[in-house]
Design a protein. Sequence first.
Lengths: 392, 225
Amino acid sequence: MGFLQAYKMAVKSIRSNKVRSFLTMLGVIIGVGSVIAAVGFAQGSTKSITDTIQGMGTNLIQISITGRNSNRNVTYEDLAAFAAENSEEITAVAPQVNAAMTVKHGTKNTETSINGTSPEYETIRNVHVQAGRFLLQLDVDYMQKVAVLGTAVVNELFEDADPIGQSVKINGQVFKVVGILEEKENGQTDSQDDQVIIPVTVAQRLGRATVIRNFAVQAATPEAVDSVMSKLNSFLEKIYKDTSTFRVFNQAQMLSTLNNVTGTMTVVLAGIAAISLIVGGIGIMNIMLVSVTERTREIGIRKAIGAKKRNIMVQFLIEAVIVTGIGGLLGVAVGVSVIRFVIGIMDIVPEVYSIPWILLSFGISLIIGVLFGLFPAYKAASMNPIEALRAE
Amino acid sequence: MIHIEDMCKVYRMGDIEVRALDHVSLRVDAHEFVAVVGPSGSGKSTLMNMIGCLDTPTSGRYLLDGMEVSSMNDNQLADIRNFKIGFIFQGFNLLQKLNALENVELPLIYQGIHARERMERAAEALELVGLGDRLFHRPSELSGGQQQRVAIARALVSKPPIILADEPTGNLDTKSGADIMRMLKELHVKGNTIVLITHDKEVAMQAKRMIRIQDGKICDDRAVV
């Protein structure tokens, strides 16, 4: 007897018991659906957190010089040369001179964070302009007094007017506004939006800082971060001869800790949902056993006219697998709809559809169909035809 | 065709041994029309199960169409039932969810025959029993006599050498019963070997040979005149 024939028989029997077949499927539908929705929710939360962290700049390594050295200090040029040597692993280096200063425009003024840096800062920290332009190398080289404003500063000083091309005073010096940064935190004060970016050389003179104490370094890939960090450590150690005068740190460590936490969360949620999948499987076994008892006579007739054990077994097994398979597919639809319409529309976390988890939960539902169908199928196949024929 | 030698079947019910068949020897040749009669509990159902390869004997030999059946396993027995024996039961034993055609196709499905040939042969068999216009009726839409004719078509469709009929008229009214018997006689004339099991002497008298069984033993075996 061919597989196709067994399949046809199974479909016939499923269709002649529509309500019961649907109720049987329900366990699998809910099981698969909840696994997908739970994993989608967990991965959505993970995504929203990692997005925030990555928004600060991916592959970012910070260097901060904490001590003093009589001989010499590391300069931007030193690090730029070092970066050029290791250009495979380091994509950019930016100096940072930070100070809190007052910015004035007309009669208005605000205290904000002045960030002296170079054009590389834009890619390293993922800060882009929404209007105007960012710093140029020319601005740094020729010490141009230009400023890129965060939206919090713009809100304080300019109300509705367009600030680009206008001038602001920082510590009494006149700067031309050339760009406005993209908003990251709703333009709140004391956030990333509350800053003014100016060329590093200008900032050094403004703050009378001869030494640059902070650098941001961008590694080419997340994997390169560790190697770049250790190279930076040994490079700086050569200059300072003392590891306590500088510090090299990054955000990858934070990310990996976070990934551990959210990974565990995903597995726990999926595990809880998987239990309902198993309960669904037991439901299938239960119904199939009832069905075997109910169809004892049918099995007897089939055996009397020549069905082998294998034929009966395959018939019942395919029935179980079809029921779980359809249930699984409907479950995938339910899970995806929950992510799309509940999680998506309520905007709790970003919509994330995990294809591996969708395939996995569907696969598990099929396996459950086989496993929990096996026992009833075996029971049916092992029936004694004489006794089965006598059954009412 | 059927060659049973010194066959015993013993059932155990707790401590009591029931000897359903007690050293039975029997020979049925091809093209015979044999009726097995006996009161209930005589062992005729057990004998029918043995001939039908639905059960295996405790001891003794059974040769069917030259093949040693008594030592076969379940799968081999299923094949023998499929290819060698056409069953006709008292209660028709049709699958209620399938129509007449599908019911008749069933033995061919287990032979692995393709759908087209299966349908042709099943339709042909139904034509033969006079149900050519009822192919797509379900058993519940047919009368008892018609249902039994579907069962006969099912028994004939795989062209088995032996037709085994267990009380085929037991659930039918007199007229339908007579119809079925006429059909069996026709089949015999066409060359089928028929073993009929019944407790009804009237029915048994229509066969060519009558075997009477009692307490698990054959007590009488003679030609019907």
